[in-house]
Design a protein around this ligand. Structure first.
Ligand SMILES: CC(C)(COP(=O)(O)OP(=O)(O)OC[C@H]1O[C@@H](n2cnc3c(N)ncnc32)[C@H](O)[C@@H]1OP(=O)(O)O)[C@@H](O)C(=O)NCCC(=O)NCCS
Length: 196
């Protein structure tokens, strides 16, 4: 069954869901980064622009705090799904044109960015339940399907089909894939239950 899109939920409902996804710990930098992102998206609906201005001021100062202090650069222009987890903090850079599907996990040292200087707006599109290992770099206009696993420190330069695992530099798909979404879900839920 399809879930309602983010904008169908109130800001409060989104924040509550994100808080629960981050082990109900409001001090986690990942939760705070996502909360600031949700607020940044929410304030854009305020009209006229003059009325929005104080909210934008609050958003920008919090965005900068999260970026400079926690090292998580997550602009409000990112299309962020529901229950996305940002595990840990530091050197996390998400391109403003990126898309991250529901229930995905982003870890420390991950970059979702453009690949070529002369194509600055090309950014990765991640499906649902995508599990990105620590230090991985996903570069350019690549599409990662649902239930994809990316190994720690991989550099992903091409599309990864749903249910597959890619590792290495440049990342290649592991051949001995059982390619079961159930298996992936078990991995993701096991990793959600542990903190690392
Ligand atoms: C990729 C990963 C998800 C394991 O997937 P898997 O399908 O279970 O893969 P396996 O462990 O069976 O390994 C398969 C092959 O990939 C290799 N491999 C696994 N992870 C790798 C990685 N990150 N980089 C390069 N090679 C890797 C293994 O050495 C093995 O190679 P071999 O067949 O030549 O022996 C896991 O290794 C990983 O990188 N997880 C990221 C977790 C993370 O970031 N943790 C930090 C928490 S703070």
């Amino acid at each position: 069954m399809n879930e309602p899109p983010d904008h169908a939920l109130s800001l409060w409902a989104q924040l509550k869901e994100d808080w629960q996804t981050h082990q109900s710990d409001w001090t986690k930098p990942g939760f705070r980064a996502i909360a600031v992102h949700r607020f940044g998206v929410w304030r854009m609906q305020i009209q006229p622009k003059l009325l929005r201005a104080p909210f934008s001021l609050i958003y920008r100062s919090h965005y900068r705090y999260v970026r400079n202090i926690y090292g998580i650069d997550l602009p409000y222009t990112v299309t962020l799904g529901r229950r996305v987890v940002i595990e840990h903090q530091g050197a996390i850079v998400i391109h403003g044109e990126s898309q991250i599907g529901d229930d995905s996990i982003i870890r420390q040292g991950v970059t979702l960015g453009n690949r070529f200087l002369d194509r600055p707006f090309e950014a990765p599109h991640l499906g649902k339940r995508v599990n990105i290992g620590a230090g991985a770099k996903i570069l350019g206009n690549v599409v990662l399907g649902d239930d994809v696993n990316i190994g720690a420190n991989a550099v992903v330069l091409s599309d990864v089909p749903s249910g597959q695992t890619a590792v290495g530099i440049p990342a290649t798909i592991l051949k001995t894939q059982l390619s079961s979404a159930d298996q992936h879900s078990q991995t993701v839920s096991a990793q959600r239950e542990t903190s690392c």
